[in-house]
Write a protein that binds this ligand. Structure first.
Ligand SMILES: [Zn+2]
Length: 174
């Protein structure tokens, strides 16, 4: 499929198609070396932007490289990632016209660093995290607040708001 990398209004550069793509077509593989979540942590802890994709087995992470890893996130995507027998492909969610930027919904999870979204779509949720993960973070925040209130009552010192967090650095989910 004739794809090109060009500057993108969403983020730095993006991947564009020079020919029309049919709905359901297999567009590009999300390729890269296979590493473990532990290796991913070691390599990318604290890194601003990573290209990691966690496979369904929970034990394998693709350290994305090449065209497939260059697609930007959008909350109103025209592609979706799908894992087939341990390989991940981006498929067209709808007919895509020549010249369109190819985007998919990263649905990030398992991290707490801010990941604001600049996709500019009307459906933008303001973050590249998945709705499920945002809900989970809100639950954790609520639990933490409850805990802090409890501690204040006991020690009367209070005031601690920072926590080490439990990010494991895995960036993307299917
Ligand atoms: Zn968005």
């Amino acid at each position: 499929m004739p794809l090109v990398v060009r500057p993108s209004p969403i983020h730095a550069v993006g991947v564009y198609t020079t020919t029309p793509i049919r709905k359901g077509a297999r567009v590009v593989e999300y390729a890269g070396p296979r590493i473990t979540p532990q290796e991913a942590d070691r390599l990318y802890d604290g890194a601003g932007r990573t290209y990691l994709y966690g496979l369904e087995d929970g034990k394998t992470v693709i350290d994305g490289e090449g065209l497939g890893a260059y697609l930007n996130h959008s909350c109103d995507p025209n592609c979706e990632a799908d894992e087939i027998q341990g390989r991940v492909w981006l498929f067209a969610l709808r007919d895509i016209a020549a010249g369109e930027e190819l985007v998919w919904d990263y649905n990030l999870y398992d991290d707490e660093a801010p990941a604001p979204c600049h996709c500019g779509s009307r459906k933008c949720r303001g973050t590249m995290y998945s709705r499920e993960w945002m809900a989970e973070m809100r639950r954790r925040e609520a639990r933490k607040k409850k805990l802090e209130v409890g501690q204040d009552r006991e020690s009367k010192t209070g005031g601690t708001t920072s926590s080490p967090g439990d990010s494991d650095g895995i960036g993307r989910s299917a």
